[in-house]
Every structure is written in structure tokens, then in C-alpha cells.
Design a protein around this ligand. Sequence first.
Ligand code: GLU
Length: 428
Amino acid sequence: MNVRVRFAPSPTGKLHVGSARTALFNWLFAKHHGGVFVLRIEDTDQKRSKSEFLDDIYASLKFLGIHADEGPYFQSQRLCLYQEQIQRLLQSGKAIQQDGAVVFQVQPQQVTFTDLLRGPIQVDTALFETLVLMKSDGSPTYNFACVVDDAAMNISHVIRGDDHIANTPKQVILYQALGFSLPVFAHIPLIVGADRARLSKRFGATSVDEYRQVGYLPEAFVNYLALLGWAPGGNRELVQPEEIVQLFDLAKVRKAAAQFDQRKLDWLNSQYLKQTPIARLADLLAERAKAKGWLKEDYDREWMQRLAALLQDRLRVLEDVEEQHAFFFLDAPEYQKEAVDEFLHQDGVAQRLLSLRERLAQLKTFEASSIEEITRAFIAEQKLTPKQLIHPVRVAITGRAVSPPLFETMSLLGQQKVLRRLENAATM
Ligand code: GLU
């Protein structure tokens, strides 16, 4: 089978998660069959097409690891081709001019085609509205340009969202009128939100770029998108992109709408984060910290790797590093008011923090084990419960009631910062 598929986004918005899944399924299908994946930019709507959206499409596909084997082709540069076919249809009387536009003369007929997922489909052309091919401004309509291009590009399989299924019978009669042979059609079900309605802004992020910014790893995101409507079998969920390519089977894509499940995506991402080599994780976290202005170009890579190792099992998304662990980078932590009230504003706490500070100041090396030893000895001597000291120290050091393991956190922060924070907290 000579597989040629295409992804045909319109640059009228950021790349939507649903479109990304369409791109991915096309790409997986092509790679699985050793075929060709063509990128075609459907930019004939001059008013709505924007170069920033085109850049976003490129960047998002790159993030997902989806590379075009051919293209990008731009419909705006192919107007001659559409003109040629319009002339053929006008000459044969299959289309006519109407108010400056070109309109297809739809004949009464039953249009039939087979959808790879849904089976045979039959539609009566009596249900069609006017089938415009060329608008009065000279630009082709989607249905017309799409057929001319899919035929010219020798597309073997048209894999696209369910939302286009009503267009397909119109495209089928255009194929027939132009004497082109039909590709195989496969309409994949929409992605819906928790309310079963089409995935929309109301349910958080809808563009790939937003997910990238929040810090989902590309392989986790690709794995998740693949699971939206497809399953590798055997209840497996964690499947690396290369293996998805091997296992992917378009015919096995489910017909029901796929529900977007943020919790599952988060779970997958944390699984991938746990498997990420520390050096890469450290680089990813460092990039985010640099973007915040928290790290300089010549930051301490060894320190960053220690931090990455400490955070690895605690991260859901990379953004957690900024949201929950800024205290590692800042001079002073941002103190959470409730944590301060609950753990620092208690009788005797200030004095304890200062006494512990005195002892920690004696340490020659600031290892987690020696910090722990000193702290535990102090707890025993003062006849405290561990919580009575550990919680206030945690708040003093991190500003928060929850943090990574305390002694390692203190060791990573370093003696100077720890001593300063204990002193400051004693006077809060
Ligand atoms: N430009 C259309 C879209 O983004 C392409 C549909 C198709 O794949 O035929 O929805």
C-alpha cells in the first residue's frame, strides 16, 4: 500500500488539541506503513489567516515530534491550480457563474462512500445547500480546494475530524465531476471535555502551546493524545512514541467521542518525568528557572541535578518547579500566610528556631545527614515531638507547609541561606 496522508490546518488559531490528535493519527498511520506525511496549510481565508498562528502550528508540531515528509504547501500559492479545474468544470457545464462566484451544479443523486471507521455512508444530494466552489473574491472554498489538492497530492487516505463528515459527500461528487479517484476516508471522533461537549476553553487549555508551557513532556503528551480514541491493547497506557508507531492501527480507533481526562494526562506526565534522565530533567527545569530570571547562564549544573533528583518524583508538570519550589532559587521564600500563622506564630517557636540556628552554624559541611543528626539531637534534648520542630523549620526555610524532604532541602539551599531564613522567621 502506497500511503500518502496529509495534515491540513488553517492558520486561523493556535494548534488545538483536537487538530494535534488529527495530525498525530495521520503521522502515526504514515510512519506505521512507511508512507508519506504531507503538511498543507489551508490559508485561503486571507482575513483570518495569521503568520503568528502559522508559527504556532510549526512550533507545536515540532514539540510533538511530528515532522512533515513533504510540504508545507500553501493553498494561497496554488490558486492557478484551482483556476484550471474551475475552467474545466465551467466548460463542461458542471459549474456555472453566479453573482461573481462559481457554483457547482449539484445533480439529484444518492452519494455513497465508505468511511474506514463508520462503514458505508449514503447521503441524498437534495440535502445539500448551494455548493460554492469559488467565492466572488476569487478565493476557492474549502471543499473545492481540498478536493483539488488531495487529488493533486495523490493522497491515499484522508484522516480528519468527525466535524468534517458532512463535507465528505460534497467532496465525493466533486471528485466524480473532476474524474479523480477517491481516497479512503477515515473520520476520527471528536475530543470532548468533561461535560461531553466539544473541548473548549471552559475546560482549561485547548492549544498544544498551553500544554507545552505548563510543562508536559512531549512524549507524555503524544502518548496521551494517542490514547484519545486508540489503545495499544492489554490495558497498557504507558507507550513510548516509537512503540505507538509500531502498534498503531487506524481501523481500531474507537467510534465514540474521546473524553479529555486531565488527571490521566497528569498521571502519564508524572510517569514520564520519573523516567527522565536526571541530566535532561535538570536542563528542562533550569530553562524554566532561567526564563524566570532565577538562574544565570553559568549556573551550577551539579546543584541543578541534585535539585532535579530531589523533585523528580514530586513533579506533575514542569511548572510545579516555579509554582511550588521557587524558594530554592529566591533569596527569601514567599511565605504562605496560613502556614506562618499555624506553625511560626506559636509560643516558643522563635526561640527554638534561633537555638537550632546556632547549632547549624557550627557545621563544617552542610550534608543532609549531619543536619538531620543535629536537628534530632536538639529535638530529643528539648523533649519536643519531631513535628514541633520540623514543621516550623519547614515553613521558615520554604515558606510552605509542604515541601520535599526537609534535610535534603536544607542541604541544597546551603548553610548561609538556611541560617538567614531561620533568623528571619524567628522575627516574623
Ligand atoms: N483546514 C481544514 C481544517 O483545519 C482541513 C480539514 C481536512 O482535513 O480536510 O479543519
